[in-house]
Design a protein around this ligand. Structure first.
Ligand SMILES: Cc1cc2nc3c(=O)[nH]c(=O)nc-3n(C[C@H](O)[C@H](O)[C@H](O)COP(=O)(O)OP(=O)(O)OC[C@H]3O[C@@H](n4cnc5c(N)ncnc54)[C@H](O)[C@@H]3O)c2cc1C
Length: 233
C-alpha cells in the first residue's frame, strides 16, 4: 500500500481515487520510452501494468481532457466475464483480476458480485449460451443453462412465457469504471508514470517504419513505443 493510501481518509476501509487524485504534469518531457494516448480505462490500465513491470519512470500518458473523462466516465459498469469469444473472455478475466488487485491495495472499485442473467427467445441465442458454457470450463468460470421456470426463480420480474431459457453467471457483477480508471492512474503516477492532461496527440513521426516521436498540443516527445487507439494516423 502506498504512503498516500496509508494517510488518506478511509471510507469503508477503501479509498475513492476521485477524492485522492495525484498531481498531473503541465509540461511534456522531451523523451520517453512509451507514450500512451488516452487516459480512459484502457490507457490507465496499460500505464498501471507497465509501471508494475518497472517501466513507470519511462512512460508518459497523454490525455486531451481529464483522466477518466472520456467514454469511461459514461460507462454503466456492468462486468460480464463470460463473452462470446475466447479472447474476449480472457481479457475480461484479466480485467476482473486487475480490479481485484486494486481492492487488495485499498482502492474502492465499486465491485459487487450480483451475478448476471442472460435470456434467450430464439434457438440460435440459446445455442450461443450453450457454446459459452462449454468454453467457460477452460476459464474456470462457474455458469449454468436455465430453463424458463428457473429464469423466473432467479428473477421474478422477467416475463418468461416467450423464452426458451437463459444463462446464469454467478461471478458477474457491477463496478465503478470511473473510480477504477482513476485508481489505476493514481497507482501508475505513484510508480513514476507522468500523466499530462489537457494535451492532444495530433500526429506521430516515424523513421524506417518505426515510431520516432509523437506530436502534441504541448510539444513533441520522442519515444520508442506508442500506444494508440484514438488518433487516426
Ligand atoms: C453509455 C455507456 C455505457 C457503457 N456501459 C458499459 C458497461 O456496462 N460495461 C462495459 O464493460 N462497458 C461499458 N461501456 C463501454 C466502456 O465505457 C468502454 O469500453 C471503455 O470505457 C473504453 O475505455 P477506453 O479507455 O478505450 O476509452 P475512453 O474512456 O473513451 O478513453 C479514451 C481517452 O482518450 C482521449 N483521447 C482521444 N483522442 C485523443 C487525442 N488525440 N489525444 C489525447 N487524448 C485523446 C479521450 O479524451 C478519452 O479520455 C459503456 C459505454 C457507454 C458510452
Amino acid at each position: 500500500m502506498s504512503t498516500y493510501l496509508k494517510t488518506a481518509a478511509v471510507k469503508d476501509d477503501l479509498i475513492n481515487a476521485s477524492e485522492h487524485k495525484r498531481p498531473t504534469q503541465d509540461s511534456l518531457p522531451s523523451q520517453a520510452k512509451v507514450v500512451i494516448c488516452g487516459g480512459g480505462a484502457q490507457g490507465a490500465a496499460i500505464a498501471y501494468k507497465l509501471a508494475e513491470a518497472g517501466w513507470g519512470n519511462e512512460v508518459v500518458l497523454i490525455e486531451q481532457g481529464q483522466l477518466g473523462g472520456g467514454t469511461t466516465w459514461h460507462a454503466t459498469g456492468l462486468m460480464g466475464i463470460l463473452k462470446p469469444s475466447n479472447l474476449e473472455t480472457k481479457i475480461a478475466v484479466m480485467s476482473r483480476d486487475l480490479y481485484g488487485d486494486l481492492e487488495k491495495k485499498g482502492w474502492y472499485t465499486g465491485f459487487r458480485k450480483c451475478g448476471s442473467l442472460w435470456v434467450a427467445k430464439k434457438k440460435d441465442r440459446m445455442y450461443q449460451y450453450k457454446k459459452m458454457v462449454a468454453s467457460a470450463v477452460q476459464h474456470n468460470i462457474d455458469c449454468k443453462i436455465l430453463n424458463p421456470e428457473q429464469v423466473k426463480q432467479y428473477c421474478g420480474l422477467v416475463h418468461t412465457e416467450d423464452l426458451l431459457g437463459g444463462l446464469w453467471v454467478p461471478g458477474d457483477g457491477v463496478a465503478n469504471p470511473h473510480e477504477i480508471c482513476l485508481a489505476l492512474g493514481c497507482e501508475a503516477i505513484d510508480k513514476g508514470v507522468r500523466v499530462v492532461e489537457q494535451c492532444s496527440v495530433s500526429n506521430v513521426r516515424t523513421e524506417n517504419g518505426r515510431i520516432k516521436a509523437v506530436e502534441t498540443s504541448k510539444g513533441v516527445v520522442e519515444c520508442e513505443y506508442f500506444v494508440n487507439r484514438y488518433v487516426r494516423l
